[in-house]
Write a protein that binds this ligand. Structure first.
Ligand code: SF4
Length: 288
């Protein structure tokens, strides 16, 4: 691993932990360094030097400079106003909040997702990914948004991260078939960027209705984004995990996203502790 990769990985870890936001495209190198310092890296100058970056002339410093590749817009869509003018964002009678709330089973919700134009994500995605699993599941898994494999297949949590999710569930005697797996947002954001607040808001009636219909005994939010969105907080996983929260009255446990575990195997142990907590919540609910 190169030094720059090491720094990138460190910043990604902080983002996944959710304890701090890093907006690299507008920060000076000094500000980035101060942020590193503020998260417990008093040796921030050495950290940057180790990563091959000059603390005062870092390539991360872009204020007033041309946008870096990382800062360039990822979305390939037109500006939203322009898209609306072209009729690309459409909330027709089949896709109003009321129509989604009236869906009587998961199947019509999936159909609505697959024909949805409530936000722009459908314009760049290949497939909608409504979710899959038992319609009477006692455990619902919620991730952030589909990735490339999910977009290609229309199925949630496939590929390496999906395989790891299967193993995580099996570690507490749950199979994929007996849970329901879905995401906060049902179409893949371009370049795997985080969904915007508008996209989350547009998509939220689907998840809310799915949970109303399934009535799970426990929800497990995988990843920082899903946890923060469902709980309406900016706290990161480091603060949120280890506690039973509630989402619309349903117990909710937070843990790391399997994709993050692939990059950071040290988080496997705490993840196992979290899913064991979810298992205990389930066992208690079943015994009640
Ligand atoms: S992400 Fe959600 S709101 Fe946006 S188009 Fe897809 S289903 Fe509709």
């Amino acid at each position: 691993m190169t030094d720059n990769d090491a720094l990138r990985r460190y910043l990604e870890q902080q983002r996944e932990m959710g304890d701090l936001d890093f907006v690299l495209d507008t920060l000076t190198s000094r500000e980035v360094a101060e942020k590193l310092k503020s998260v417990g890296r008093p040796d921030w100058r050495a950290s940057l030097k180790t990563a091959g970056l000059d603390a005062e002339r870092s390539p991360l410093a872009t204020r007033g400079a041309a946008p870096t590749r990382a800062a360039a817009p990822i979305a390939k869509t037109l500006p939203e106003d322009e898209m609306k003018k072209k009729g690309k964002v459409v909330v027709d009678a089949e896709h109003t909040n009321e129509a989604i709330e009236k869906a009587r089973s998961l199947k019509p919700i999936a159909e609505k997702v697959n024909s949805c134009k409530r936000c722009l994500l459908y314009t760049t995605a290949t497939n909608g990914v409504p979710g899959e699993g038992d319609s009477k599941a006692q455990v619902v898994i919620v991730g952030e948004a589909p990735g490339a494999n999910e977009d290609e297949t229309g199925l949630p949590f496939v590929g390496a991260a999906g395989g790891l999710l299967t193993k995580i569930l099996e570690s507490v005697n749950l199979s994929r078939e007996e849970v329901f797996i879905t995401n906060v947002v049902k179409h893949r954001p371009p370049g795997n960027r985080n969904p915007t607040p508008d996209e989350v808001e547009a998509c939220s009636p689907y998840l809310i209705r799915q949970l109303e219909l399934i009535k799970p005994k426990v929800i497990i939010a995988f990843g920082n984004f899903a946890a923060q969105t469902l709980l309406g907080t900016k706290d990161g996983i480091g603060k949120l995990r280890g506690t039973v929260h509630t989402y619309h009255g349903t117990p909710l446990v937070v843990t790391y996203h399997p994709a993050a575990l692939l990059r950071n195997p040290n988080w496997k142990r705490p993840t196992w502790e979290d899913v064991k907590l979810a298992r205990r919540v389930l066992d208690n609910a079943q015994g009640a």
